[in-house]
Design a protein around this ligand. Structure first.
Ligand SMILES: [Fe+2]
Length: 268
Protein backbone atom coordinates (compact mmCIF):
# COMPACT_ATOMS: atom_id res chain seq x y z
CA UNK A 1 0.00 0.00 0.00
CA UNK A 2 1.17 3.50 -0.82
CA UNK A 3 0.09 6.18 1.65
CA UNK A 4 0.77 9.93 1.72
CA UNK A 5 1.42 11.67 5.05
CA UNK A 6 0.93 15.44 5.02
CA UNK A 7 1.02 17.62 8.11
CA UNK A 8 0.90 21.14 9.53
CA UNK A 9 -0.68 23.15 6.73
CA UNK A 10 -1.43 26.19 8.96
CA UNK A 11 -3.77 27.85 6.46
CA UNK A 12 -4.82 31.44 7.07
CA UNK A 13 -7.78 33.32 5.53
CA UNK A 14 -7.58 34.17 1.81
CA UNK A 15 -5.24 37.11 1.19
CA UNK A 16 -3.53 36.84 4.58
CA UNK A 17 0.08 35.76 5.08
CA UNK A 18 1.80 33.75 7.80
CA UNK A 19 5.35 34.79 8.74
CA UNK A 20 5.53 36.48 5.32
CA UNK A 21 4.53 33.46 3.23
CA UNK A 22 1.28 32.08 1.84
CA UNK A 23 0.49 28.66 3.38
CA UNK A 24 -2.23 27.96 0.80
CA UNK A 25 0.23 28.43 -2.04
CA UNK A 26 2.65 25.99 -0.39
CA UNK A 27 -0.20 23.49 -0.07
CA UNK A 28 -1.20 23.95 -3.73
CA UNK A 29 2.36 23.22 -4.86
CA UNK A 30 2.46 20.16 -2.60
CA UNK A 31 -0.81 18.86 -4.02
CA UNK A 32 0.47 19.40 -7.57
CA UNK A 33 3.50 17.25 -6.75
CA UNK A 34 1.40 14.52 -5.14
CA UNK A 35 -0.98 14.46 -8.11
CA UNK A 36 1.94 14.29 -10.54
CA UNK A 37 3.97 11.59 -8.81
CA UNK A 38 1.76 9.74 -6.31
CA UNK A 39 -1.83 9.81 -7.55
CA UNK A 40 -1.82 6.02 -7.15
CA UNK A 41 -1.70 6.30 -3.34
CA UNK A 42 -4.53 4.60 -1.46
CA UNK A 43 -4.95 7.44 1.01
CA UNK A 44 -3.56 10.84 2.00
CA UNK A 45 -3.63 11.49 5.75
CA UNK A 46 -3.21 15.07 6.98
CA UNK A 47 -2.14 15.00 10.63
CA UNK A 48 -3.46 18.29 11.88
CA UNK A 49 -2.82 21.98 12.22
CA UNK A 50 -4.95 22.28 9.12
CA UNK A 51 -5.33 25.98 9.88
CA UNK A 52 -3.32 28.44 11.95
CA UNK A 53 -6.17 29.92 14.00
CA UNK A 54 -9.12 27.57 13.46
CA UNK A 55 -11.30 30.24 11.82
CA UNK A 56 -14.14 29.44 9.37
CA UNK A 57 -12.55 31.31 6.42
CA UNK A 58 -9.37 29.23 6.65
CA UNK A 59 -11.33 25.95 6.68
CA UNK A 60 -13.35 27.07 3.66
CA UNK A 61 -10.11 27.89 1.84
CA UNK A 62 -8.73 24.51 2.84
CA UNK A 63 -11.80 22.76 1.46
CA UNK A 64 -11.36 24.61 -1.85
CA UNK A 65 -7.65 23.87 -2.16
CA UNK A 66 -8.07 20.19 -1.25
CA UNK A 67 -10.57 19.72 -4.07
CA UNK A 68 -7.55 19.51 -6.39
CA UNK A 69 -6.11 16.49 -4.57
CA UNK A 70 -6.64 13.29 -6.58
CA UNK A 71 -5.98 10.94 -3.66
CA UNK A 72 -8.69 10.09 -1.10
CA UNK A 73 -7.92 11.90 2.13
CA UNK A 74 -8.52 11.82 5.87
CA UNK A 75 -8.13 14.97 7.98
CA UNK A 76 -6.97 15.07 11.61
CA UNK A 77 -7.04 18.01 14.01
CA UNK A 78 -4.07 19.73 15.67
CA UNK A 79 -3.67 22.22 18.49
CA UNK A 80 -4.16 25.16 16.07
CA UNK A 81 -7.53 23.77 14.93
CA UNK A 82 -11.04 24.35 16.23
CA UNK A 83 -13.36 21.37 16.13
CA UNK A 84 -16.69 23.16 15.55
CA UNK A 85 -15.41 25.32 12.69
CA UNK A 86 -13.69 22.33 11.09
CA UNK A 87 -16.90 20.31 11.17
CA UNK A 88 -18.87 23.16 9.58
CA UNK A 89 -16.57 23.01 6.55
CA UNK A 90 -16.13 19.22 6.61
CA UNK A 91 -19.43 17.88 8.01
CA UNK A 92 -18.88 14.38 6.63
CA UNK A 93 -15.59 13.71 8.46
CA UNK A 94 -16.20 10.76 10.80
CA UNK A 95 -16.36 11.21 14.59
CA UNK A 96 -16.45 8.87 17.54
CA UNK A 97 -19.38 8.54 19.95
CA UNK A 98 -17.96 11.38 22.11
CA UNK A 99 -17.70 13.84 19.21
CA UNK A 100 -13.94 13.56 18.74
CA UNK A 101 -12.69 13.45 15.16
CA UNK A 102 -11.42 9.90 15.49
CA UNK A 103 -12.02 7.08 13.04
CA UNK A 104 -10.79 3.83 11.53
CA UNK A 105 -9.97 2.91 7.94
CA UNK A 106 -9.55 -0.75 7.01
CA UNK A 107 -6.79 -0.56 4.40
CA UNK A 108 -5.18 -3.19 2.23
CA UNK A 109 -2.26 -3.22 4.74
CA UNK A 110 -4.22 -3.39 7.95
CA UNK A 111 -6.19 -1.12 10.25
CA UNK A 112 -5.44 2.60 10.14
CA UNK A 113 -6.55 4.48 13.27
CA UNK A 114 -6.87 8.26 13.23
CA UNK A 115 -6.71 10.00 16.62
CA UNK A 116 -7.97 13.36 17.81
CA UNK A 117 -5.41 14.70 20.31
CA UNK A 118 -6.70 18.29 20.32
CA UNK A 119 -7.28 20.10 23.61
CA UNK A 120 -8.87 23.36 22.51
CA UNK A 121 -7.02 26.37 23.88
CA UNK A 122 -3.88 24.36 24.71
CA UNK A 123 -0.74 23.45 22.84
CA UNK A 124 -0.32 20.02 24.39
CA UNK A 125 -2.20 16.93 23.28
CA UNK A 126 -4.42 14.48 25.11
CA UNK A 127 -6.09 11.12 24.76
CA UNK A 128 -8.38 11.97 27.68
CA UNK A 129 -12.16 12.11 27.65
CA UNK A 130 -12.44 8.50 26.55
CA UNK A 131 -10.09 8.76 23.56
CA UNK A 132 -7.50 6.30 24.90
CA UNK A 133 -10.23 3.79 25.77
CA UNK A 134 -11.69 4.22 22.27
CA UNK A 135 -8.24 3.51 20.80
CA UNK A 136 -7.53 0.48 22.99
CA UNK A 137 -10.91 -1.05 22.07
CA UNK A 138 -9.99 -0.79 18.39
CA UNK A 139 -6.53 -2.21 18.95
CA UNK A 140 -8.05 -5.16 20.79
CA UNK A 141 -10.32 -6.07 17.87
CA UNK A 142 -7.75 -5.97 15.07
CA UNK A 143 -6.20 -9.23 13.92
CA UNK A 144 -4.09 -7.28 11.41
CA UNK A 145 -1.24 -4.81 11.99
CA UNK A 146 -2.36 -1.33 13.09
CA UNK A 147 -0.97 2.04 12.02
CA UNK A 148 -1.67 5.06 14.22
CA UNK A 149 -2.01 8.66 13.04
CA UNK A 150 -2.09 11.64 15.41
CA UNK A 151 -1.20 15.32 15.39
CA UNK A 152 0.73 15.40 18.66
CA UNK A 153 3.66 13.09 19.23
CA UNK A 154 2.53 10.17 21.37
CA UNK A 155 6.18 9.68 22.37
CA UNK A 156 8.80 12.38 23.07
CA UNK A 157 11.18 13.50 20.32
CA UNK A 158 14.10 14.70 22.46
CA UNK A 159 13.67 18.45 21.87
CA UNK A 160 13.17 20.63 25.00
CA UNK A 161 10.98 23.02 22.99
CA UNK A 162 8.32 20.33 22.62
CA UNK A 163 8.30 18.91 26.13
CA UNK A 164 5.41 21.18 27.25
CA UNK A 165 3.58 20.27 24.06
CA UNK A 166 3.74 16.47 24.30
CA UNK A 167 0.59 14.39 24.73
CA UNK A 168 -0.29 14.46 28.44
CA UNK A 169 0.24 11.15 30.24
CA UNK A 170 2.23 10.06 27.23
CA UNK A 171 4.15 7.32 29.06
CA UNK A 172 0.93 5.77 30.38
CA UNK A 173 -0.62 5.98 26.90
CA UNK A 174 2.41 4.51 25.17
CA UNK A 175 2.69 1.62 27.61
CA UNK A 176 -0.93 0.76 26.86
CA UNK A 177 -0.30 1.02 23.11
CA UNK A 178 2.83 -1.15 23.34
CA UNK A 179 0.87 -3.61 25.47
CA UNK A 180 -1.71 -4.09 22.72
CA UNK A 181 1.07 -5.70 20.70
CA UNK A 182 -0.14 -4.91 17.18
CA UNK A 183 0.83 -1.27 16.48
CA UNK A 184 3.36 -1.31 13.67
CA UNK A 185 4.01 2.41 13.13
CA UNK A 186 2.96 5.83 14.44
CA UNK A 187 2.74 8.77 12.04
CA UNK A 188 2.48 12.21 13.64
CA UNK A 189 2.85 15.93 13.00
CA UNK A 190 3.07 18.95 15.34
CA UNK A 191 6.85 19.12 15.64
CA UNK A 192 7.75 20.86 12.35
CA UNK A 193 10.99 18.88 12.13
CA UNK A 194 11.94 15.71 10.29
CA UNK A 195 12.30 13.01 12.92
CA UNK A 196 11.88 9.27 13.20
CA UNK A 197 12.87 6.49 15.57
CA UNK A 198 11.37 3.94 17.91
CA UNK A 199 9.85 3.99 21.39
CA UNK A 200 9.84 0.62 23.16
CA UNK A 201 10.04 -1.03 19.78
CA UNK A 202 7.29 0.92 18.02
CA UNK A 203 8.59 2.95 15.06
CA UNK A 204 7.39 6.50 14.50
CA UNK A 205 7.92 9.19 11.89
CA UNK A 206 7.10 12.88 11.62
CA UNK A 207 7.57 15.17 8.67
CA UNK A 208 8.61 18.81 8.97
CA UNK A 209 5.37 19.58 7.13
CA UNK A 210 4.02 21.94 4.53
CA UNK A 211 4.11 25.33 6.30
CA UNK A 212 7.01 26.69 8.39
CA UNK A 213 9.75 24.54 9.95
CA UNK A 214 11.83 24.52 13.14
CA UNK A 215 15.59 24.05 13.42
CA UNK A 216 16.09 21.15 15.88
CA UNK A 217 17.90 22.24 19.02
CA UNK A 218 18.68 19.75 21.79
CA UNK A 219 19.33 22.38 24.51
CA UNK A 220 17.19 25.49 24.06
CA UNK A 221 13.54 25.73 25.07
CA UNK A 222 12.74 28.38 22.49
CA UNK A 223 12.88 27.67 18.79
CA UNK A 224 14.03 29.22 15.53
CA UNK A 225 11.37 29.05 12.84
CA UNK A 226 12.44 28.86 9.20
CA UNK A 227 10.80 28.62 5.81
CA UNK A 228 12.23 25.49 4.22
CA UNK A 229 10.65 23.87 1.19
CA UNK A 230 7.34 22.10 1.92
CA UNK A 231 7.72 18.39 2.55
CA UNK A 232 5.55 15.29 2.67
CA UNK A 233 6.13 11.61 3.33
CA UNK A 234 5.27 8.61 1.21
CA UNK A 235 4.87 5.36 3.16
CA UNK A 236 5.14 2.04 1.37
CA UNK A 237 3.65 -0.72 3.49
CA UNK A 238 3.59 -4.45 2.84
CA UNK A 239 3.74 -7.70 4.80
CA UNK A 240 7.50 -7.31 5.35
CA UNK A 241 7.57 -3.79 6.72
CA UNK A 242 7.05 -0.04 6.47
CA UNK A 243 9.22 2.30 4.39
CA UNK A 244 8.93 6.07 4.82
CA UNK A 245 10.33 8.26 2.04
CA UNK A 246 10.49 12.03 2.42
CA UNK A 247 9.85 14.31 -0.54
CA UNK A 248 10.66 17.99 -0.71
CA UNK A 249 8.57 20.24 -2.94
CA UNK A 250 11.34 22.20 -4.62
CA UNK A 251 12.92 22.58 -8.04
CA UNK A 252 15.63 20.00 -8.40
CA UNK A 253 18.00 19.44 -11.28
CA UNK A 254 19.17 16.02 -12.35
CA UNK A 255 22.95 16.15 -12.70
CA UNK A 256 24.97 14.42 -15.40
CA UNK A 257 26.79 11.56 -13.70
CA UNK A 258 29.75 11.86 -16.09
CA UNK A 259 30.19 15.52 -15.11
CA UNK A 260 29.74 14.98 -11.38
CA UNK A 261 32.49 12.48 -10.69
CA UNK A 262 34.97 9.96 -12.04
CA UNK A 263 33.88 7.43 -14.64
CA UNK A 264 33.15 4.03 -13.10
CA UNK A 265 36.24 2.40 -14.67
CA UNK A 266 38.53 5.00 -13.04
CA UNK A 267 37.18 4.50 -9.51
CA UNK A 268 39.97 3.16 -7.25
FE1 LIG B 1 1.92 23.01 13.58
Amino acid sequence: MKLIHLTDLHLVPPGAMLFGFDPAERLRKTIERINRDHADAELCVVTGDLTDEGDPASYELLRDVLQELRVPMRLLLGNHDYRANFLKAFPDEPRDENGFVQSVHESSAGRLIFLDTLVEGSGHGSLGGGRLEWLLARLATSDLPVYLFAHHQLQPIGLPHFEPWNTENWRHNMRAIVGAGNVRHIFHGHVHVDVGGTWSGIPFSASRGVAHQIIPNFVRRDADFVEDAPAFDVALIDDDGVLVHRFEVSDRHVVEISAAGPRPETVQ
